[in-house]
Design a protein around this ligand. Structure first.
Ligand code: ADP
Length: 531
């Protein structure tokens, strides 16, 4: 007998799945890794671009403050040179006072020449400060910070004005710088100084520049780091996290701070990262779904291909066996070697029954291909199902008797008529009977019952055969499907019978049901709706 199935002939679905999976997963994983790397790279780039932008703003503010100081220093230095020879305080003070005019950030300015004349002019509030304490402060600073002062002198000779910076009190800073003689630039002709009002300097110089540069994207602040005091903020802000901060070159105790408005660089880049990751996740999910779908399709196609191969093998076998029987009987009869009349009759009947089996098989296949190509046409008419069933069983009885089957037909009248194609009903019934015969072993009993039930007429075929496991109850109706145990494979079949039955019942707006237990038998029921 033809035996089909088993591990050897199976197309290796898992292996192909593996190839597909690897073929897809590797690119997906690579792409994901690349995207992740790329996105963190992008974040870094974005952050550094922003940071550079912030830095450059701070830099130009600093530059501007420095320039302002330089302008003042140059102007005062010129005055100091003109006062080099002064030996009285008064006219010099007047000159310095004129210099001070219109420079609100300067609380005071002074010149001390080589003749030790200390010419001081002070503005507003600061005017109340007396000359002597400031002079003492200057003298003390110069002697305490000798090396810093010498450095300032050296730098002045090289052409730079670098002041010596010393805090006077919480609100004021003193800037001291040397003035060299105009010709040789060798000797110090005067010591000059500004007393800077920190708050006014911030308001009039720093803040003005910051505001000029503000495009609305940033928040600026200036604070005094020596006492953690906020001197200026471009607007109210929450928290005190600033992306970038920098000391003011000219007043190192003051700190310039800048940050993005409403958000921080951190938040900005985190939001971007999150968006990118979400997108990436979505793309990956789609790819994985596509992969699963693909694998399932491939597996399904391969199973179908396997079943078709087995179908061809089964059908060829099914054709060959009856054909060779028919030929054998016919040849024997032709030779006239069968003298016994009873034996002859048996041969004839065998020929008839085998050829009708062939017809049925070919009908199944033809119908199936017609259904597949949607060319199958049905001729519906009002029928009495009881009559049809009796006719079919009677014409099949010889075959059943020959195989030792006891058949019990019960038609429970009255039956309402149904609308059906008689040929199709016949074919469905023959397929069920044929299966009942094929899948019975010791107990050769078949019962066929027709009865009305609510809005339906049911035709059921029951056998006491090998039965069908619960898990296969749905699959047996698929085309080419045959239960995979040896008992089934040792019987002939195409796997098309039940698929056809199912199709026929669908066309009749009815259905086919199975009830079965392994080892006890099966009942297939055709349910037709009442006309
Ligand atoms: P075939 O009978 O040609 O194999 P069918 O579509 O008619 O194909 O049946 C599909 C499968 O269902 C059979 O191969 C068999 O495994 C199972 N089957 C059908 N009818 C019965 C039955 N009466 N008893 C046990 N198994 C059955």
């Amino acid at each position: 007998m033809f035996h089909h199935g088993g591990g050897g002939t199976k197309v290796p679905v898992p292996k192909i799945s593996l190839i597909v999976a690897v073929g897809l997963i590797i690119p997906v994983a690579t792409y994901t890794a690349f995207q992740l790397a790329q996105s963190s790279e992008n974040e870094r780039l974005l952050r550094s671009i922003y940071r550079r932008q912030l830095d450059s703003i701070l830099f130009s503010v600093n530059q501007y403050c420095w320039d302002t100081f330089n302008t003042w220093a140059t102007e005062l230095a010129a005055l100091a040179r003109s006062l080099e020879q002064a030996d009285r305080v008064w006219p010099g003070v007047r000159t310095v006072r004129r210099f001070l005019h219109g420079k609100p950030p300067l609380a005071a300015a002074f010149v001390q020449n080589t003749k030790d004349v200390f010419m001081l002019a002070a503005a507003g509030q600061f005017a109340s400060i007396q000359r002597p304490p400031l002079r003492r402060f200057v003298v003390a600073t110069l002697s305490e910070r000798k090396s810093a002062w010498n450095r300032a002198v050296r730098q002045a000779r090289a052409g730079y004005v670098r002041p010596l910076v010393e805090r006077l009190d919480v609100d004021h800073t003193v800037l001291l710088f040397p003035v060299l003689d105009a010709d040789t630039r060798a000797s110090v002709v005067a010591t000059c100084g500004f007393v800077i009002d920190d708050q006014r300097f911030v308001d009039d110089v720093v803040a003005r520049k910051l505001n000029a540069m503000n495009t609305g994207e940033f928040i600026f602040a200036v604070s005094d780091r020596s006492r953690d005091h906020l001197l200026y903020a471009s607007e109210d802000f929450e928290g005190n996290r600033f992306e970038t901060s920098e000391s003011l070159w000219i007043l190192p105790d003051l700190r310039l701070q800048i940050r993005l408005r409403g958000t921080t660089l951190e938040q900005l880049s985190r939001a971007r990262t999150r968006r990118n990751l979400l997108l990436l996740g979505a793309v990956n999910a789609i790819l994985v779904l596509a992969l699963i779908f693909l694998l399932r399709t491939v597996a399904h196609e391969m199973t179908l291909a396997r079943m078709k191969t087995s179908f061809v093998a089964n059908v060829s076998h099914e054709l060959r066996t009856p054909l060779s029987l028919i030929r054998m009987y016919a040849e024997t009869l032709e030779l006239g070697r069968v003298p016994d009349e009873a034996k002859r009759r048996r041969y004839y009947r065998s020929i008839v029954s085998e050829s009708s089996r062939l017809t049925q098989l070919i009908n199944n296949i033809l119908d199936f291909s017609r259904i597949e190509s949607r060319q199958k046409r049905y001729k519906f008419a009002e029928l009495d199902l009881g009559e049809v069933v009796e006719r079919v069983v009677n014409s099949y009885r010889f075959h059943l008797d020959q195989n030792g089957f006891k058949v019990d037909v019960r038609v429970r009248r009255p039956l309402p008529p149904v609308v059906a194609d008689p040929e199709a009903v016949e074919q469905a019934l023959v397929n069920l009977l044929d299966n009942a015969v094929k899948f019975s072993s010791d107990r050769r009993e078949i019962s066929v019952e027709v009865k009305a039930e609510r809005e339906r007429v049911n035709v059921s075929v029951t056998d006491r055969g090998i039965g069908i496991p619960e898990s296969e109850h749905e699959k047996i109706f698929e085309e080419f499907y045959r239960v995979g145990d040896d008992l089934v494979h040792n019987t002939r079949g195409s796997g098309l019978g039940l698929a056809l039955v199912k199709h026929i019942m669908k066309v009749h707006r009815g259905s086919v049901k199975v009830r079965s237990r392994v080892g006890e038998g099966s009942t297939f029921t055709l349910e037709f709706p009442v006309a």
